[in-house]
Design a protein around this ligand. Structure first.
Ligand code: ADP
Ligand code: MG
Length: 567
């Protein structure tokens, strides 16, 4: 039907729109990147769909994005010949934001515009960024393979409502026209727009075309020139960035590509770009983000790499190429071995995928190792954001246990600071002569850990103890067990046998045991049903008594987790 429908934006969409318009204003040119990125996604989707049904191409397989500016009208139009949208899809995609984290996102807003605008990026609401520069947006779209009559127009002024009506469209795909605000007319200027496209969309693998600038012509040629069809030229590089040699890609291009794959407005912390040849052939480009996504602890968080097969986009969020404990890594993998019709199910069983996964895992761990060795705060930034996730590693990935262990950072009695910045290697290098274990204490927070009575004897003897306060630490230590051949020992567990005890000290302890026999017996009787054993100890220097756990009992932290889970 041709009739015009007026629909209301979903409440959360309204809030987001408002926020988008007001908090991204300082960086308004990014709208172009978002709309070109959507156009390129739409082309990727059609290319993929056409693998199984080439009638969708309607005999036109040259993919392109076109950008037209009209200075007089004050408009900019971004058109693509990608998959397009049906009426229902338009309403669904551009009218409601039913994305999983919307509510969580709104709750996590800090009011700090700079921080919040970075969150928007992660959230992926690029389409709405058009309203940063336009007071009216018109979308004319038609789904590939559906016939000209199924074209629809979506229109909105970015407030509470949008309208939708039918309008025929001959060519498949989507054209988005922005009616620019008075102070944003610069985006109707050819030169300005070209430079923004170069800056943000150079790496997009389809050509982004603009009208060729008119050359001044001699008078006699003028008539001829008027008959000529307008000529377009590509403004961007238009080759998939990861297929280019490393030496020919600039840092800025890598950063721009990161924003494209991650939807993160921030810069990446680091990246690793590799081409593998031999039995398996693939290219990977992996990035470490600077900030954790708001939903990192949500089981359904988007994770995984963008998968391409021979440069054809296959799927987003291919999870099979990295383990769960590296779920923060973003990037692409482009394989020459997988079939074009590969599905998620096939990925799960494919032997090539398994080998790629283990190679990519090593790459990420190596990239982290390098980052840790680098001057500056980058590794500290990484550890703050993702350390807790990495701690899941030794349990999930036994083969890389030692590698992961080197990447862990802790707070210790050596620095006596709550910063988690000491590695196990640091600890080992400070071990005393004859010390054969790495000691740690687990507590709820830094102060409790630091004041633990279990530490008294260690402080007295100058033996360093790791101060563990994360929920996963007990679990981590249980899986790690040892590092560099040295056993990890919970100081609150079982009897302590400090190798550094001198003969003299040992004799004294024996004497102490003898003298305390009577007291110990009496205490054991009184506490009969509360403890399993009472022992005299040399581990305390100031406190009168402390509780310890048996060697094979559950750690205190673990017990708290179980209790919290109602067990
Ligand atoms: P995202 O790209 O992260 O999904 P956007 O707000 O940029 O979020 O876009 C929302 C949705 O609108 C897209 O997922 C897509 O389904 C649809 N869409 C946007 N632009 C186009 C386009 N040019 N062609 C087809 N679909 C589009
Ligand atoms: Mg988008």
């Amino acid at each position: 039907d041709v009739q015009k429908e007026t629909l209301g934006f979903q409440t959360e969409a309204k809030q987001l729109l408002h926020l988008m318009i007001h908090s991204l204003y300082s960086n308004r040119e990014i709208f172009l990147r978002e709309l070109i990125s959507n156009a390129s996604d739409a082309i990727d989707k059609l290319r993929f769909a056409a693998l199984s049904d080439d009638s969708l191409l309607e005999g036109q397989g040259d993919f392109q994005v076109q950008v037209d500016v009209d200075k007089e009208a004050g408009t900019i139009t971004i058109s693509d010949n990608g998959i397009g949208m049906t009426r229902e899809e338009v309403i669904e995609n551009l009218g409601t934001i039913a994305k999983s984290g919307t509510a969580a996102f709104l709750e996590s807003l800090s009011g700090d515009q700079k921080k919040d605008s970075q969150l928007i990026g992660q959230f992926g609401v690029g389409f709405y960024s058009g309203f940063i520069v336009a007071d009216r947006v018109e979308v004319h779209t038609r789904k590939a393979g559906e016939g000209a009559d199924s074209g629809v127009v979506w229109e909105s002024a970015g407030e509470a409502e949008f309208t939708i009506e039918s309008r025929a469209k001959d060519s498949r795909g989507t054209a988005i026209t922005l009616f620019l605000k008075d102070d944003c007319k610069e985006f109707a200027d050819d030169f300005r727009v070209r430079s923004v496209i170069k800056k943000y969309s150079d790496h997009i693998s389809v050509p982004v075309l603009m009208l060729k600038p008119e050359m001044p012509t001699a008078e006699e040629d003028e008539e001829k020139a008027e008959d000529k069809a307008p000529e377009y030229e590509a403004v961007n590089e238009a080759t998939a960035l990861w297929t280019r040699p490393r030496s020919e890609v600039s840092d800025d291009e890598y950063k721009a590509f990161y924003r494209h794959v991650s939807h993160d407005f921030d810069e990446p912390l680091s990246w690793s770009h590799n081409k593998v040849e031999g039995k398996l052939e693939y290219t990977s480009l992996l990035y470490l983000p600077k900030r954790a996504p708001f939903d990192m602890w949500n089981r359904d968080m988007a994770r995984g790499l963008k998968l391409y097969v021979q440069r054809t986009f296959i799927m987003d969020e291919a999870e099979q190429f990295l383990p769960l404990y590296l779920r923060f890594v973003k990037g692409v993998v482009d394989s020459n071995d997988l079939p074009l019709n590969v599905s998620r199910e096939i990925l799960q069983q494919d032997g090539a995928v398994e080998s790629m996964r283990s190679a990519l895992t090593k790459r990420v761990l190596d990239m982290l190792g390098k980052l840790a060795k680098k001057e500056g705060d980058d590794y500290a930034t990484f550890w703050k954001e993702f350390g807790q996730v990495l701690k899941e590693g030794p349990a999930e990935d036994f083969a890389n246990k030692e590698k992961i262990a080197k990447l862990l950072r802790f707070s210790t009695t050596h620095t006596d600071s709550p910063e988690h910045d000491q590695s196990l290697e640091d600890y080992v290098s400070r071990m005393q002569d004859g010390q054969d274990k790495i000691y740690y204490v687990v507590a709820e927070n830094f102060n409790t850990a630091r004041k633990s009575p279990h530490l008294e004897v260690f402080r007295k003897k100058g033996i360093e103890v790791l101060l563990l306060t994360d929920r996963v630490d007990d679990w981590l230590m249980n899986h790690l067990q040892e590092f560099d051949g040295k056993q990890l020992q919970d100081v609150a567990r079982g009897a302590l046998d400090l190798a550094s005890d001198s003969e003299e000290e040992k004799a004294e302890q024996e004497k102490l045991q003898k003298e305390s026999e009577g007291l110990v017996e009496r205490l054991a009787k009184v506490l009969e049903d509360k403890v399993s054993e009472v022992r005299a100890t040399a581990r305390l220097t100031e406190s009168a008594a402390c509780l310890v756990v048996g060697d094979y009992d559950m750690g205190a932290q673990m017990r708290r987790i179980m209790e919290a889970a109602g067990q």
